[in-house]
Design a protein around this ligand. Structure first.
Ligand code: ADP
Length: 439
């Protein structure tokens, strides 16, 4: 149990008549003489979270007048402490009046209270997240079940069922993208998202744009202009995250721009402070519905959507921009939004990337795999999931290897190495090359 701090001084006169060791520690002074010389400033520096306390303290006058309050002593100093205090007017044996204050140091409790509050906020955020997620998952699920039932009922009517099938596929794709985004958000929120940096050629952004523009622009009459100006294209970066950022921004621009609108995608390189780096600048502008100034501060929050977007029937979950912001933060970059309702929006992302040096480029070229290196090599693939067998078999047969499959380790009687799923082509082939080199 902490002992109490006690400080007593006369009024008027402000002469300290008692101050114990605990009070000296709380005020950060060595002895009573030092406290006496600094008393004025010492008392002035105390902070009272309850604004009425100062007035109540000033009104203390008659013997037995008393105030209970909370205060912070030495805010920002090494001796900072939160205390619960009681100040009372007493009469001392000499006949003078004095105020005596007793303090209990509750700093540790305040730390615990703050931690508890944080945990409660986290818990609330988790509940909101689950609530929003189950609502958002139910929407495409209902569509899938609904269209499947309609197809069953109208079986034989080719035109109708084709139309339902088309819608069912759309809802399934949306559900899949949503689950992907939710998993991504869960990884981000749990702090498990990390950067996976490797050399990449920024000109490949063109391929990403092809995919997203091809996929999204099908039924829309939009003018799209893209411009990629990069001098140092070979950089270290997390290419998947950069591509995901671009996909999210461009598909939003398409989603929120009515027919006849214009979309500009500008990807350029800017000078960085560090000589060995560049700043990749991604600017996606549209002439779409725009965003209100009121909503902009919330635009990067998960599961938020502007009212007009939710009411317009445009599908969305409010996760895309949260993912964009988290990825940009992870890469030490920045993202800003400029928008005017009815006129359009611009999203500008800047990400620093280190340029691949000449030596690193040579090293990489040396590490590249020889052509036909797996031609006619016999590979035993151990995998029990049929879909995964098909994927791995196709990858290996594409490089002309001969593949046999065993369902588990026991059937296979040993192994040379293993890979965790998901299967990445490059990783799989490199691993096999390594194993073959050792043989
Ligand atoms: P959503 O899945 O709803 O599109 P996002 O997180 O990508 O989720 O975007 C959040 C919200 O920001 C959208 O619902 C929309 O209200 C607004 N928004 C995003 N991009 C644009 C844009 N280019 N034009 C207008 N509004 C946009």
């Amino acid at each position: 149990m902490q002992s109490c701090g006690v400080l007593a001084y006369t009024i008027p006169g402000h002469k300290i008549i008692h101050m114990n060791a605990q009070a000296l520690r709380m005020y950060g002074v060595e002895n009573i003489e030092e406290a006496q010389s600094k008393l004025g400033t010492m008392l002035k520096k105390v902070i009272y979270p309850d604004v009425d306390v100062i007035e109540k303290l000033k009104r203390l006058h008659k013997v037995d007048d008393m105030v209970d309050y909370e205060c912070i002593i030495g805010k920002g100093e090494p001796n900072e402490c939160h205390a619960l205090a009681t100040t009372k007017v007493i009469r001392v044996p000499s006949g003078e009046r004095a105020v005596i204050t007793t303090f209990i140091d509750v700093s540790e409790m305040v730390v615990l209270k703050n931690a508890l509050q944080k945990a409660e906020e986290g818990n609330r955020a988790k509940s909101t997240f689950l609530f929003a997620m189950s609502h958002d998952l139910r929407t495409p699920m209902n569509a899938i079940i609904g269209y499947a039932e309609l197809m069953e009922r109208h079986w034989g009517d080719n035109e109708l069922t084709t139309n339902y099938l088309h819608k069912l596929k759309g809802a399934s794709q949306f559900l899949l993208a949503l689950i992907g985004n939710v998993l991504e958000i869960a990884r981000i929120e749990s702090g498990k998202e990390t950067l996976n940096e490797a050399p990449w050629n920024l000109k490949k952004i063109n391929d990403t744009l092809e995919i997203v523009l091809d996929r999204e622009i099908l039924n829309k009459q939009l003018h799209v202009a893209r411009n990629i100006e990069i001098q140092h294209a070979d950089v270290y970066c997390d290419s998947l995250k950069i591509q995901e950022i671009i996909m999210n921004l461009v598909s939003n621009a398409i989603k929120y721009t009515p027919d006849g609108g214009k979309i500009d995608v500008d990807i350029e390189e800017m000078e960085a402070v560090r000589e060995d780096s560049i700043i990749l600048r991604i600017c996606v502008s549209d002439t779409g519905i725009g965003i209100s100034q009121k909503y902009i501060p919330h635009i990067f929050e998960a599961f938020t959507r502007e009212k007009n977007s939710s009411e317009s029937g445009i599908m969305g979950t409010g996760l895309g921009l949260r993912i964009v912001k988290s990825f940009v933060d992870l890469m030490d970059g920045s993202v800003i939004v400029q928008s005017e309702p009815g006129k359009g929006s611009s999203f500008i992302v800047e990400i620093p990337c280190r340029i691949v040096s000449e030596e690193e480029r040579i090293d990489q070229a040396e590490q590249s795999m020889p052509e036909n290196f797996l031609k006619c090599k016999r590979i035993l693939l151990v995998e029990d999931n049929e879909l995964n067998v098909e994927i791995a078999r196709t990858i290996l047969q594409d490089v002309q290897a001969e593949v046999e499959v065993a369902a588990d380790g026991a059937i296979a009687a040993g192994m040379d190495d293993y890979l965790a799923k998901p299967i990445e082509i490059d990783k799989l082939l490199r691993k096999i090359v390594k194993v073959l080199e050792k043989k």
